[in-house]
Design a protein around this ligand. Structure first.
Ligand SMILES: [Cu+2]
Length: 464
């Protein structure tokens, strides 16, 4: 912070025209001090009766003025402008002054009120503050208690309003309106020669039950967390129209295709859209995720999904399921993911398909002797998985584009090797195959046991 410190030597008194200061500050600062009749700020305190105006630009996760010095007792008005070309930003100060969310190119005036103690400001868009989008308003020539923060100020600064994790009972039933995410692999739709797999995915921000007792405002691709599973074969071309109905910039990155990220992966401002076209040259279960910074927070808040590209000659099986592991880091009840917790990397839940333990309540069916294939993707944002099914062994394992066990001429069912867990780092995927020897309830878990205990746990219900 000190390194970035830009001293603002604003000309006080009734002198208009502070070109020296503006030049000193390289473009972004214009200080105009006028004698105002009365200046009662948000603090409610009477000041010098003068107003200091500053111009602040927002770009690349920074305010152009990380430190704004104001003569103590002056009222401060910030002319705020968003100079990014794709991100939404705002400014919130710990005395309650704030701007609206500003789209690229938009401006707003923030009346900070009379400045008689140090104020802290930040961008309230999730994760932007954690990436350094903060500023300070410092009174110049104030009394010695300047800068002392009350408990209230500290709470306002941290942005914390309690965590919804306090309301969670991981062992409780989901609410009556809860619908589990459909884990069945969507069938491969036949494609005419030269036909493209077209779809539209809408980005929404909506409040959902994300664990027993917890609602969060999640950001979704196509209304669900995870987003829809796209299914194709090697050589298929996908054309996805992405429409941003959210209030901040979001984007998308499909790992299933290779192309220059420069254009299609750019964050889309609210109301915008992009057509993202890629050809799936290689097989695997590929992650897609939001491409807006900080991606950790956007993924943790629901913006991830999978594209399943079958390898050529993939044998038919009786059942195919898709399981994505991800983490949640709850903000306050009804709020969004807590960026500080995301950074710290200790999740409140670890989920299969976006909700802890949902398939304990809604088990995935199978029959004795059936061949079951489970496509698994670790969506993270930050934790690895060790996918294991209690009570059975994998005879076929495909990981990141290659068979580790079985496949090709050496079907696992005829070989003698076996596998107990599919290990995946974030953004890695594969599939496992198994048969169940007898009726019963076979848990599937991450064998990172603390994560299984955080909710990465489900059941196969096997019947005759
Ligand atoms: Cu996003």
């Amino acid at each position: 912070m000190i390194g970035r410190l830009l001293r603002v030597r604003c000309a006080v008194a009734k002198r208009l025209g502070t070109k020296g200061a503006a030049v000193l500050l390289a473009l972004f600062l214009v200080v105009v001090v006028v004698a105002a009749g009365t200046a009662m700020g948000l603090t409610g305190k009477a000041g010098t009766g003068k107003t200091t105006y500053v111009d602040v630009s927002m770009q690349h996760m920074r305010y152009s003025l990380p430190t704004i010095e104001v003569p103590a007792g002056n009222r401060l008005v910030i002319n705020l402008r968003n100079d990014d070309d794709d991100m939404v930003h705002d400014l919130v100060l710990d005395n309650g002054a704030h701007s609206e969310r500003l789209a690229p190119g938009q401006s707003a005036q923030v009346d900070v009120g009379v400045v008689d103690h140090t104020l802290h400001g930040w961008c309230s868009i999730s994760g932007h503050r954690q990436m350094g989008m903060e500023l300070e308003v410092v009174p110049r020539g104030a009394s010695s208690d300047d800068g002392a923060m009350s408990g209230h100020d500290m709470a306002a600064m941290s942005g914390h309003d309690g965590s919804a994790a306090d309301d969670m009972d991981l062992m409780a039933d989901p609410g009556p309106d809860f619908t589990p995410y459909d884990a069945v692999l969507p069938p491969l739709q036949p494609l005419a020669h030269g036909e493209v797999r077209k779809s539209t995915i809408t980005i929404n921000e909506e409040t959902k039950e994300v664990a027993p007792g917890v609602e969060q405002k999640v950001w979704t691709f196509g209304d669900t967390m995870p987003g829809p599973v796209l299914h194709g074969q090697v050589g298929d071309t996908f054309e996805v129209t992405l429409v941003n109905h959210g209030t901040e910039a979001h984007g998308i990155d499909f790992h299933a295709g290779s192309l220059a990220p420069d254009t299609v992966m750019k964050p889309i401002p609210p109301g915008g859209s992009v057509v993202y076209r890629f050809t799936a040259e290689r097989a695997g279960i590929w992650m897609y995720h939001c491409s807006s910074m900080p991606m950790s927070v956007h993924i943790a808040n629901g913006m991830f999904g999978a594209v399943v590209i079958e390898p050529p000659d993939l044998p038919k099986v009786d059942r195919s399921y898709v399981v994505l592991q991800s983490e949640q880091y709850f903000g306050p009840q009804g709020g969004s993911a807590d960026p500080d917790k995301v950074m710290a990397g200790v999740p409140d839940t670890v989920d299969f398909n976006g909700y802890p333990r949902q398939y304990d309540h809604f088990p995935l069916p199978a029959k004795v002797g059936e061949r079951v294939r489970v496509w698994v993707l670790d969506a993270g944002p930050s934790r690895a998985t060790a996918f294991h099914v209690v009570g059975t062994q994998f005879d076929t394992v495909y990981s990141e584009g290659a068979y580790l066990l079985g496949g090709g001429g050496d079907s696992g069912a005829t070989g003698s090797g076996g596998s107990q867990a599919l290990g995946l780092m974030p953004a890695q995927g594969g599939f496992v195959e198994m048969t169940f020897p007898e009726p019963g309830h076979y848990p599937f878990v991450s064998h990172v046991m603390t994560d299984a205990e955080r909710g990465a746990h489900g059941l196969f219900e096997v019947t005759n």
